[in-house]
Write a protein that binds this ligand. Sequence first.
Ligand code: UDP
Ligand code: MG
Length: 342
Amino acid sequence: MQLANNNYRLLQPRPYPARLSLVIPMYNEGLVVPFLTSGLEQFMTELRGEAEVVLVNDGSTDSTLKQIVEWAQQNPRVKVVNLSRNFGHQIASTAGLDYATGDAVVLLDSDMQDPLRVIHQMIERYCEGYDVVYGLRKARRGETWFKRFTAWLFYRLMRRLVHKDLPVDAGDFRLLSRPCLDALQQMRETHRFLRGMVAWVGFPQTGVQYERLPRVAGSSKYTLLKMMKLAWTAATSFSIFPLKVSTVLGVIVTLLGLEEAVRAVLSKIFGWYVVPGWSSLTVLISIIGGATLMSIGVLGEYVGKLYEQTKNRPLYLVSQTVNVGSVKEADGNRRVETFGKP
Ligand code: UDP
Ligand code: MG
């Protein structure tokens, strides 16, 4: 188990959260809603304080919206934030966090992969004074060594690229305190990797271990392509390391070119071969061409990010809300429109 060892301040015990917000992004989770409803209704009765559920519909094309609105009409503690289209998991989570009003906020998946009882342990750590309590996935049994190796490599690489405090084997399932959330909300960058942003924010952070369950219904909304996109966003939005890589690549290719040049001169002087081989030239040109294009590509990624960030668009658009108080609603929209807190 690896915990971020960053107790940047003394832990101050705090009271049980008077209001706990549960933020849940949902995309085509029609099959899951009945399980989620019964699970959460039960869970809310176990809490010692008030509870609030913020459901974000991330442009679902199935019955998700209809079902969650019906639930919200029966239970005023359930709030629905309907986004104008699919914005992706990270942005949908951001929207939910913006609308949460609790002293402590828990971000979780809708598919019940993150067991609700773990939240009680998170609250305990929160009461000890921790501002961030993330769920640490226990080593998943029955996984191939290849899967474990790639996961191991991924998290090590991410720590190098994103933040040294990025917890290993932790997903987005976590509890955040209000001060930490307020800090997070000041970060309105377009390309978001929430885990990395939470690590950047700092504050005392810790983890609780849990066994990740299989989905109750439906299939994963994270395709391999989406996973790779997230990894790329994580790598390029937190560090300029990839830019450095292209520089290093440039140096290596230049050295290779120099070596070829020396060889050409020497062979001319000593007459090693009469007709200089065109194949070595072709190889060299392709290597140089490839390296140049790669470097431009990496550079382009960053320029593209700059371009999108300077457009200053809102992160998301909300088309409808249910059970969201008018004050909070106005507040949420203002935050979105002004692109960061004043
Ligand atoms: N999700 C979302 N927008 C998307 C993709 C996913 O809001 O574009 C939600 C999804 O409904 C679920 C959570 O994000 O509640 C995590 O997705 P999923 O369970 O499919 O990912 P996995 O657990 O397989 O990594
Ligand atoms: Mg899931």
